[in-house]
Design a protein around this ligand. Structure first.
Ligand SMILES: *Cc1c(COP(=O)(O)O)cnc(C)c1O
Length: 561
């Protein structure tokens, strides 16, 4: 057992005595964090050093001694994962290990003798945390209070902003989020995103910056670039785009000229704003030709796409979508690009997490450029990423900076680095597989209840329900009724929709966020039943109230990180 030990001048002698008794503690190894004499010093210094050891996992436990133990414990408890307890008898030491899994022992030298301190430490080191359900549950609650304490500073400094953030915490905790483009990022990602790296200006790229003092952010950005390449098997990565739309803009700037033709999936059939909407820069600067899905199958018909590509001869053939429930055939798209001489660009914003986890074929081996957001199924911070072949690397990098952005958001880039590492873990494969399994399970329930599903099902993390054909209601009304029941989806156009984009005939349902929370097929089938109950009778307030209570109960059983 590795124990970080620290004291101030009042506890110095006790620290030396306890270190000397290591052999009577089963050969515990002590890491001495000071102080090293009886000269007056500040208790926080040793407490911070010990807390850092325990918080990071570099030590199994910590011991802190001052005259009362109080200042030491207060300081240590500021650190995540530290549970410091002031204890003055062996029974209490054993109890706080058993119940609270205390990992830092704080001792007041005024209260007890050195020998008593040793007995307490023996009891502390010799007791394991109880695995009783109630203790495990209470400890989980204790750790999760970080969801509020992370920003509790704002309660005094800016109560209005505090209230807004707290409302989001409560919403995440108590509602079922089925927005297909959203997810729940890890605490590690959120910590990096809120970190001091946001203070740094770093125009340029690692090793070639326009500002001094960039060593720390260079390290973070280099990690992000390397990990992005490793995760997706890409030759080059640019991690600086502020969002997915910016990632797309960077590719257009790098590869084609204003006025050139981009062949992209029509916006009202699942394409994205930045794929050529007339109100977006893409539609204003480039000649956008939309392709459509087949009217019968509601899927991309690759023969039709090929015919169109040969006719239009686009500079870029862009695939990828925001609301397409089926898998893409990237090999076939590459063949089409080769035939018509187009650059192959894939915007995998929605499916990047599935690609990373092996639940959707990767476009990276085929495409010249792959763009993505990092915050959808990939579950990182809100941001963008471009991957490309080495031949395009220089042009791409200068398109991002100085072409379209100034200083990169290095705090977000650090969050991206963490996200890529998380996506390389074996659990992420399981998460990606489960997203799709959950989506199929939820979709099947609605189908069984008579709802028409666009394209007849789903291969990925989302499906589209045609509520207009099935129930004669609009997507807008369906989404509002579900929202009133604590189930969050969005209205969405469906292929060849006759409703306006503000009303729509469909809703889009996605399972990334509920999968992150740990829900499986069983819960997703239950949610599917609730959706059908609500949509069967969108004006029934009783059903909405019943589902809202049940949804909240279910949500609380699957805490978000
Ligand atoms: C979400 C999305 C984007 C970009 O999103 P931002 O909001 O700009 O980050 C780009 N392309 C597709 C296909 C998307 O779904």
């Amino acid at each position: 057992m590795k124990i970080a030990i620290g004291a101030d001048h009042g506890g110095f002698e006790y620290k030396e005595f306890l270190k000397g008794a290591a052999c009577s503690l089963g050969g515990a190894e002590f890491v001495d964090c000071g102080t090293y004499g009886t000269e007056s010093c500040d208790y926080a210094d040793a407490a911070v050093a010990v807390a850092e050891f325990v918080s990071s996992g570099a030590a199994d436990a910590g011991v802190l001694v001052c005259r009362s133990g109080i200042g030491m414990s207060m300081t240590a408890n500021r650190f995540q994962r530290v549970r410091a307890a002031i204890v003055h008898d062996a029974a209490a030491a054993a109890l706080t290990r058993e119940h609270n899994d205390a990992n830092v022992l704080c001792i007041g030298a005024d209260k007890i003798t050195k020998e008593q301190a040793l007995e307490i430490l023996k009891a502390f080191a010799g007791t394991a945390p109880s695995q009783d359900e109630r203790h495990v549950r209470r400890r989980a609650k204790l750790e999760r209070c970080g969801r509020l304490s992370d920003f509790s500073l704002l309660a005094q400094e800016d109560p209005e902003v505090y209230a807004a953030i707290k409302a989001q915490v409560v919403q995440e905790d108590t509602e079922i989020n089925l927005i297909a483009s959203e997810n729940t990022s890890s605490r590690a990602v959120r910590t990096a995103a809120g970190s001091v790296l946001m203070n740094k200006y770093a125009e340029g790229y690692p090793g070639k910056r326009w500002y001094s003092g960039c060593l720390p952010v260079d390290a973070a950005e280099e990690l992000a670039r390397k990990r992005a390449c490793e995760l997706f098997g890409a030759e080059h990565a640019n991690v600086q785009p502020h969002c997915g739309s910016a990632a797309n803009m960077a590719v257009y700037l790098a590869a084609i000229k204003p006025g050139d033709t981009i062949l992209a999936l029509s916006l009202d059939q699942g394409g994205h704003l930045s794929h050529g909407s007339p109100v977006n820069f893409s539609g204003k600067l480039y000649n956008i030709v939309p392709y459509t899905v087949n009217r019968e199958t509601e899927r991309i018909d690759y023969d039709e796409l090929e015919a169109k590509a040969l006719e239009v001869k686009p500079a870029i053939l862009l695939s990828g979508a925001s609301a397409y429930p089926r898998a893409f055939d990237f090999k076939r798209i590459r063949e089409i690009c080769d035939k018509c001489g187009a650059i192959m660009m894939v915007d995998m914003a929605h499916i990047a997490g599935l690609v990373a986890g092996g639940a959707h074929e990767s476009p990276v081996p085929y495409a010249d450029f792959v763009t993505t957001t990092t915050h959808k199924t990939l579950r990182g911070p809100r941001g963008g990423l471009v991957l490309c072949k080495e031949a395009w690397a220089k042009k791409l990098d200068s398109a991002v900076f100085p072409g379209m952005q100034g200083g990169p958001l290095e705090n977000i880039i650090a969050g991206k680095a963490i996200c890529f590492k998380e996506a390389m873990q074996p659990e992420f494969k399981e998460y990606a597989r489960q997203i799709v399994a959950n989506c199929k399970a939820m979709c099947a329930v609605l189908q069984k209840r008579g709802y028409r599903i666009v394209s007849g099902g789903t291969d990925n993390h989302l499906f589209l329900v045609d509520v207009k054909t099935t129930k004669g209601i609009t997507g807008k009304d369906a989404a509002a009724a579900l929202d009133a029941a604590g189930i969050v989806v969005n209205k969405n156009t469906i292929p060849y929709d006759e409703e306006s984009p503000f009303r729509t005939s469909g809703i889009r349902v996605g399972t990334a966020s509920v999968t992150t929370r740990g829900m499986k097929e069983k819960e997703c089938e239950l949610i599917g039943t609730w959706i059908a109950d609500i949509l069967d009778d969108v004006t029934n307030l009783e059903t909405q109230a019943r589902v809202k209570a049940a949804a909240k109960e279910l949500a609380l059983l699957f805490p978000v990180p």
